[in-house]
Design a protein around this ligand. Structure first.
Ligand SMILES: [Zn+2]
Length: 268
């Protein structure tokens, strides 16, 4: 029923916090910070709703939103646009209901990989442990890891938002992808942000373009060559000690590797 498939335009929004517009200090993304974290969550909810609205306006027939920061669960469900459904990552399932029926993934509020100059809160998965992550020699951050997961289901990442370095990394990793820059890192710990109305305009514009183009099947999924070799370098050797019991092979004091036949096997 090819006609039926064309009528469906399902979009998945995976929101992180560091790249959300208006977030400009680490305490706003820190669940331990009672004073500032609430503001960060409010800013994230507003931006998720802007993206949901733009996705439906551009023809999406279904939107699922998920938040990934601090293992997820940071969204304020009661404030979310009622047309979207929502979920939280589970163990080994960064986007639990994502499957081949989706037309595109939006990586909202994302950030550059560990070790990026002038990137606001740059890190890869665990900012206190991960120094560098590679898939088949290519150094990747969370954008590449999540895109590879989506690519396992043949779903392309269609839009990425965050600071200026996030845009550079998204294009270098994924090639043709819509992007929205809402801030500029000033060193790692602070950022200059667009005003919220302007940032939300930029987000909505990029989401609309991305969803329209996804409807025309203009994006390609990110699919690293399989079998793939993952290589993780940690900050200290004791951090690598525990990895061998989880199926990783020791390369040197701080580095472990693993060959996988598919992306879901790439667990740590
Ligand atoms: Zn995060």
């Amino acid at each position: 029923m090819p006609g039926l498939r064309r009528l469906q335009l399902k979009i998945y929004i995976l929101a992180d916090m560091e790249g959300i517009s208006g977030i400009r200090r680490a305490t706003q993304v820190d669940p331990q910070s009672a004073e500032y974290h609430g503001e960060g969550r409010s800013l994230m909810m507003r931006e998720i709703n802007v993206a949901i609205e733009a996705a439906f306006a551009a023809g999406a027939t279904e939107v699922v939103a998920c938040d990934t920061h601090a293992s997820g669960g940071q969204v304020r469900v009661g404030e979310m646009d009622a047309r979207a459904s929502y979920e939280t990552p589970g163990p080994g399932r960064p986007m639990p209901s994502l499957d081949g029926s989706f037309s595109g993934v939006i990586l909202l509020g994302h950030h550059a990989r560990a070790g990026t100059l002038d990137a606001f809160l740059d890190h890869t998965m665990d900012s206190s442990a991960w120094f560098e992550f590679r898939i088949n020699e290519a150094v990747v951050g969370e954008i590449g890891i999540e895109a590879a997961w989506a690519g396992h289901h043949d779903v392309p990442v269609i839009m990425v938002s965050g600071d200026a370095t996030t845009e550079v990394e998204a294009r270098a990793t994924l090639g043709d992808v819509e992007t929205a820059v809402v801030k500029w890192g000033i060193g790692r710990q602070t950022a200059k942000c667009l005003s919220l109305p302007r940032a939300h305009e930029v987000i909505a514009g990029a989401v609309r373009r991305a969803v329209e183009r996804a409807g025309r099947k203009e994006f390609r999924p990110y699919k690293p060559k399989l079998p793939a070799e993952a290589r993780l370098t940690l900050y200290r050797s004791d951090m690598a000690d525990g990895m061998t019991s989880r199926g990783w092979e020791r390369v040197d004091a701080r580095t472990v590797k693993k060959v996988v036949q598919s992306m879901p096997e790439m667990r740590w």
